[in-house]
Design a protein around this ligand. Structure first.
Ligand SMILES: Nc1ncnc2c1ncn2[C@@H]1O[C@H](COP(=O)(O)OP(=O)(O)O)[C@@H](O)[C@H]1O
Ligand SMILES: [Mg+2]
Length: 401
C-alpha cells in the first residue's frame, strides 16, 4: 500500500518535472530568440519591452532549475550518444561533481538501462524500469525515462532519466519479512521441542517417572526461552514506537549502575566486578530504560566471560561524541571478545557470533538491538570495541542534564 502511494507520488513528481523541463527548454529557447533579436537591434533602434522580457525569462529559467535542484530524486539528461548533459543536485550528491559530458555507463553500467535509453530515443515513449545496484552498497531505484526537452541540449535528441530512490523502503520491506521469518523460527524451535516431549510423556512414556523427571525441566527451560523471547520482542517494539520522543527526566548514572549491580549481584559474585562510579552524573533520560541498557550490557559481560575474570564499570566526562557536554559510561570485560569483522552486526536483531553458545546461556539475540534503540532514543551514542579472545569494552555517551 505504501509503495502504491509512493509510486503515485513519483508519477505526479515526474509530471511536474516533465512540464518543468519543457518550460526550462522553452525558457532557454526564448532566451536565445531574444538574444538574436537583441543582436539585430544592436545598431541602436531599441525596441520597447525587450529588456524586460529577457530578464523575466532568465529569472523564470533560473527559478525552474532551482526547483529541479531542490528535488530529492535524481535527474540526469543524456544526449543521443548517452553523454550526460545535465544533472541536478541530488544526482551530483550521489554520483559526484565531475560527470558532465561523461558517458552514462561510467555511472550506471546497467545493460537494460542503456537499451531503454536507445528505445526512448527511437520511439519517444516513456519507459519505467527497476534498477538495483549492489555496489558500493545495496540501492534500489524506480527509473522513468522519457524524451528530453530538445531545446535544453544542443542535440535535438535527448533522454531524461528520473531516478526515484526507493532503497530505504525496499530495505524496510525486506527487513520486515526477514524479521517475521526470524521470529517465527526462534519461537518454533522451543515449541516443537516442548510438543515432542509432551507427546512422549503422554504417549509411550506415560508411566515412566524417570523420563518425566528428565523431560519436564527441559520443557520448562524451553518455555522460559519462549518467555524471554516474547519479553524482548515486546520491549523492542515498545521502544521503537517511542524512539522519536527523547526522555526528559533528570537521572543519575551512579544510581542506575548501582541498581543494575543489585539485579546481577548473584552472578557477579563469580567475577572480579568493579563499579568505579563514585560521583553523581546527571543526564536526561528514563530510569527504567537505562537500567535495561546497562543490564543487557552487563548480562553479556557475564555470559561471554569465563568465571573470575574482571568486569569494570567507569564513568567520566565525554569526548565530544554527542552534542554539548557529555558523560561516557564504559563497561569493560575480559571475556571471549567479538571478532572484528562481526562488530558492525552486533546490534542487528537475532545476530549472534555463536548461536549455540548464546542459546546455551539463555540469550535471545535481541539484547544489543534493544540497547541500540534505547541509546538512540536518548540521543546518545554507542561504541563497541572488541577483539576475539581479548575482551570487550562498550561505551555509551550521553548529553549532560
Ligand atoms: N561482552 C561481550 N563479549 C563477547 N561477545 C558479546 C558480548 N556482548 C555481545 N556479544 C556477542 O553479541 C551477540 C549479540 O548480543 P545480544 O544482542 O545481547 O544477544 P544474546 O542474547 O545472544 O546475548 C551475542 O550473541 C554475542 O555473540
Ligand atoms: Mg545479550
Amino acid at each position: 500500500m505504501d509503495l502504491l502511494f509512493i509510486l503515485i507520488g513519483a508519477g505526479l513528481a515526474i509530471f511536474v518535472i516533465f512540464v518543468s523541463f519543457k518550460s526550462i527548454g522553452a525558457g532557454i529557447a526564448a532566451k536565445s530568440e531574444i538574444n538574436r533579436q537583441k543582436d539585430k537591434l544592436k545598431s541602436g533602434d531599441k525596441e520597447e519591452g525587450i529588456e524586460d522580457i529577457t530578464n523575466e525569462n532568465i529569472e523564470k529559467t533560473n527559478e525552474q532549475v532551482k526547483i529541479v535542484n531542490q528535488i530529492d530524486d535524481l535527474i540526469l539528461i543524456v544526449d543521443k550518444f548517452k553523454n550526460i548533459k545535465f544533472f541536478n543536485n541530488s544526482a551530483k550528491k550521489k554520483f559526484g561533481e565531475n560527470n558532465l559530458n561523461k558517458h552514462v555507463a561510467t555511472l550506471l553500467r546497467v545493460p537494460d538501462l542503456l537499451q531503454n535509453i536507445d528505445l526512448v530515443l527511437l520511439k519517444k515513449e516513456t519507459i519505467t524500469m527497476d534498477l538495483e545496484l549492489s555496489t558500493p552498497s545495496f540501492q534500489f531505484f524506480k527509473v522513468h525515462l522519457f524524451s528530453g526537452p530538445t531545446s535544453y541540449v544542443d542535440d535535438p535528441d535527448s533522454v531524461v532519466l528520473f531516478l526515484k530512490d526507493l532503497t530505504d523502503i525496499i530495505k524496510a520491506q525486506r527487513f520486515k519479512s526477514d524479521f517475521v521469518a526470524n521470529v517465527s523460527h526462534e519461537l518454533k524451535t522451543p515449541l516443537v521441542s516442548i510438543k515432542g516431549f509432551l507427546e512422549t510423556i503422554s504417549g509411550h512414556a506415560k508411566d515412566d517417572l524417570e523420563a518425566q523427571k528428565k523431560f519436564i525441566p527441559i520443557m520448562l527451560e524451553q518455555a522460559d526461552r519462549m518467555e524471554s523471547l516474547i519479553k524482548d520482542l515486546l520491549s523492542l517494539s515498545r521502544i521503537e514506537l517511542e524512539e522519536h520522543v527523547q526522555p526528559q527526566d533528570k537521572v543519575n548514572l551512579k544510581e542506575i549502575l548501582s541498581n543494575v549491580e543489585d539485579i546481577h549481584q548473584k552472578n557477579l559474585k563469580s567475577f572480579e566486578f568493579k563499579n568505579n562510579i563514585k560521583d553523581d552524573f546527571f543526564i536526561k533520560g528514563d530510569h527504567e530504560k537505562l537500567i535495561e541498557v546497562f543490564s543487557n550490557i552487563i548480562d553479556n559481560s557475564i555470559k561471554y566471560s569465563e568465571k573470575n575474570k574482571k568486569i569494570e564499570v567507569n564513568c567520566k566526562q565525554g569526548n565530544g561524541k554527542v552534542i554539548g557536554d557529555s558523560y561516557t559510561v564504559s563497561i569493560k570485560d575480559n571475556g571471549i571478545g567479538i571478532p572484528t569483522e562481526q562488530l558492525p552486526r552486533i546490534t542487528e536483531r537475532f545476530f549472534r557470533v555463536d548461536a549455540a553458545k548464546s542459546k546455551k546461556v539463555g540469550g535471545t539475540g535481541l539484547g544489543m538491538a534493544i540497547v541500540k534503540h534505547i541509546v538512540n532514543q536518548h540521543r546518545g551514542e554507542l561504541e563497541i570495541k572488541s577483539e576475539a579472545q581479548n575482551g570487550t569494552e562498550i561505551k555509551v555517551h550521553f548529553s549532560k542534564f
